[in-house]
Write a protein that binds this ligand. Structure first.
Ligand code: ZN
Length: 250
């Protein structure tokens, strides 16, 4: 059975959720994480986890969604934390031109790593054009973190090794199918260090609804991994699910 460790299920139209769940159940997906990007979105993820046994909730402030209200939002994040929360996610750093200031992003990232540590929770985080800063910040918390994963990994083998040295896993998405340097990273690192995801969210820009990525598609990431590592798909499913369960209490 497969686990999709990172999605934005909470952002789909609520009426669509039952059919999306049905499709992943038919595809042998046993668990899907809905990650919050704002306080409201995090609350929606918690509600989904309460409602469905095969949904786990992540709460967090995504670096691209940080507003001037970030101090209040951090306080609020601690307030909404309850037993239905499985991880602090989505957090991280995103250094695109349009992103919030690096200084604020770093502060909010550090604060959320600390919230995870204080509450015995793992982190699943985003790093875009910011791998070096992400690694340096995370290094300061080395030995205190309760595991986690770099989601949508898009780095080199060296960068993967750095993250692994911090006790974190590497999460591959569908980009593994088309990007050669990611295939090389997947080939070189151990299957025991890999988890998989779709990062699915409502893709309104795709006119054909059937072409939207959904959690059911985590299976195609596993199939690619099975080809790259020359391992049976069943073993890939089991290993990647076990790797997830090694850091998330469900
Ligand atoms: Zn995401």
């Amino acid at each position: 059975m497969f686990i999709d460790i990172h999605t934005h299920l909470s952002q789909y139209n609520a009426q669509e959720i039952p059919s999306i769940v049905k499709r992943w159940r038919e595809s042998d997906v046993e668990l899907v994480v809905s990650s919050g990007t704002t306080i409201n979105d995090s609350i929606k993820s918690i509600d989904l986890a309460k409602k469905y046994p095969d949904i786990a909730a992540g709460i967090g402030l995504h670096p691209s969604d940080i507003t001037n209200n970030w101090k209040e939002d951090l306080l609020e994040l601690k307030k909404i934390l309850n037993e239905n929360v499985s991880m602090i996610s989505e957090i991280g750093l995103d250094y695109q031109d349009s992103s919030p200031s690096k200084k604020v992003q770093i502060k909010v990232f550090e604060e959320q790593i600390q919230i995870a540590i204080d509450n015995n929770l793992p982190i699943v985080f985003h790093t875009r054009f910011s791998m070096e800063d992400s690694y340096n910040i995370l290094s300061n918390f080395k030995g205190n973190m309760h595991g986690g994963a770099v989601h949508y990994f898009d780095g080199s083998y060296e960068e993967a090794k750095n993250m692994l040295s911090l006790g974190l896993k590497i999460s591959f998405a569908k980009t593994l199918i088309r990007i050669d340097y990611l295939k090389e990273v997947a080939k070189k690192i151990s299957i025991d260090d890999i988890v998989i995801e779709t990062d699915s969210y409502p893709q309104y820009f795709k006119k054909n609804r059937q072409r939207w990525t959904e959690p059911k598609d985590v299976v195609v990431v596993a199939q690619e991994l099975s080809r790259i590592k020359n391992l049976p798909i069943k073993l890939v499913a089991k290993k990647t699910a076990d790797n997830f369960k090694s850091f998330v209490k469900i």
